[in-house]
Write a protein that binds this ligand. Structure first.
Ligand code: ASP
Length: 398
């Protein structure tokens, strides 16, 4: 028996209403014209040339360059950003994305990704995907080949297999050794016990920190024993002590004002198996509105989910805020969530990247330069490929 799909039903409904977008209220016999969302005057202009922005690792691994080249060659904006982030996914030196990413507690690399196509408002996502390098391409396949938006876990892997993706071991030797170091020494901060949002968090930290500083010396010895190269030991120890986040979020607009975005990650290192961060969540790790712009995020996904950051940034731009101010305002909401224990915010690293359909862009991160002097940056390509400093919300004081 032929069953009409939801898409066909919606299309038929729209046609029967003469193409007028309609919402059906409590009185289902009366169709009401849906109000179109307010637009900012700037948002109706197209940029003169394409603009690509991403997290800083997009510059280092070539994502912004590749995405920009694709746009110049006439590619669709979504194809362009996905081709861009494939650079990070395929490069094992980006240990926060795709192949070579740091694994979960059990030593398995699991990936999260979502894509959103502004011109058609289509979206696709995968969470906790195993054994496939390019989570962004699988997310795009969900968008293009199914009536669903998100697939997760082994079922997402099975879907990828059915779509012809190659299954492969994503855990590199380098990542495996750092994971072993973590197992042997354990982090001061892992995912178990009272979380950052819990009243019991401080007590828990006190107990964990009681292990003291001599711990680092012990870790150095363990790293050497595991065969971690001397030049990689400091990085490996840092990964154990402060489990790193890392992700690439990339947005692009072409000269016609069409916009798309993608976010892809291996997520938080040493996460509990099954943990899905913000990166595959439409409205958190990414949101794109073809009439306004798009926003993506990197950093502690749990905090971003709690403010639905990607969507919030786009809505703030719709209301007229500049991309940078919209990012800062979303960060203020995160800060507000920590009003009962502001000192805990120091554990949070979070950044937003925003691009409007007129090509205006901005990015902001929670913290200003650390004592090391390291300042948050993001990648921009608008004909010139470069890194720019991000705005920040809070001054880091010792
Ligand atoms: N947002 C990602 C997650 O929470 C990680 C990151 O961007 O650092 O999984």
């Amino acid at each position: 028996m032929y069953r009409i799909s939801r898409r066909e039903f919606a299309a038929g409904l729209a046609a029967s209403l003469g193409g007028v977008p309609a919402v059906v209220g409590a009185d289902s016999t009366r169709a009401v014209t849906a109000p179109s969302p307010a637009r900012t005057p700037q948002a109706t202009r197209s940029p003169k040339r394409p603009v690509v922005i991403s997290s800083a690792n997009g510059y280092r691994f070539g994502a912004t360059r590749v995405a920009y080249e694709k746009l110049l060659a006439g590619a669709d904006t979504l194809d362009a950003v996905v081709a861009g982030v494939n650079m990070n996914e395929n490069d094992p030196e980006d240990m926060s994305v795709g192949y070579g990413g740091l694994p979960n507690e059990a030593g398995e690399v699991s990936l999260d990704s979502c894509v959103m196509h502004g011109p058609t408002v289509q979206a696709g996502a995968v969470g906790c995907l195993y054994q496939v390098k390019n989570a962004s391409l699988v997310a795009k396949a969900v968008m293009e080949h199914t009536d669903e938006i998100m697939l997760v876990g082994e079922d997402a892997t099975n879907f990828a297999k059915a779509m012809g993706f190659e299954l492969t071991n994503l855990l590199t030797e380098k990542a495996r050794k750092i994971w072993m170091l973590w197992r042997e020494t354990r982090s001061l901060r892992d995912s178990w016990g009272a979380g950052l949002d819990s009243p019991g968090y401080d007590k828990m930290q006190e107990l964990k920190r009681a292990r003291g500083q001599e711990f680092e010396e012990l870790m150095r010895k363990a790293a050497a024993r595991l065969g971690i190269a001397e030049e990689d030991q400091a990085f490996a120890i840092e990964c154990v002590l402060r489990p790193p986040h890392g992700t690439i979020s990339c947005l692009a607009v072409n000269a016609k004002g069409e916009i798309s975005g993608v976010t892809t990650t291996s997520g938080l290192a040493w996460k509990i198996p099954g943990r899905v961060g913000d990166s595959p969540i439409i409205g958190a790790g990414l949101y794109v509105d073809g009439e306004v712009g798009g926003a993506g995020s990197t950093g502690r996904g749990e905090e971003n989910i709690r403010v639905a950051g990607g969507h919030a940034v786009v809505e703030l731009m719709r209301q007229g805020k500049s991309p940078t101010d919209a990012c800062l305002e979303a960060l203020r909401r995160v800060q507000h969530n920590f009003r009962a224990y502001p000192q805990r915010l120091r554990e949070v690293d979070l950044s937003y990247y925003a691009l409007r359909v007129d090509g205006t862009y901005g990015a902001a991160t929670l913290w200003g330069p650390r004592p090391s002097g390291r300042r948050g940056q993001f990648a921009v390509h608008d004909g010139e490929n470069r890194l720019e400093d991000m705005a920040y919300l809070l001054e880091w004081k010792n």
